[in-house]
Design a protein around this ligand. Sequence first.
Ligand SMILES: [Zn+2]
Length: 72
Amino acid sequence: MTTKTAERCGELANIRYTWPGKDEVIACVNCAQKAANVANAIGLHLQLVPVTSRDVVDPLDWPICQQMKNTV
Ligand SMILES: [Zn+2]
């Protein structure tokens, strides 16, 4: 058993992107940039789309970045 738990990023998510064949991801700018860098490294173009208030159901409850801190 390990007591180490994966930590979520927790920043406000302002960017969305989609890996080919995967569901759309909503992430903060930093995590999205990291993902874009990874994509570039393997020759993929990842389109980063800003999340606007039209994309969120409740602007007062803005989505939080769900990326794991120690991964892309
Ligand atoms: Zn993040």
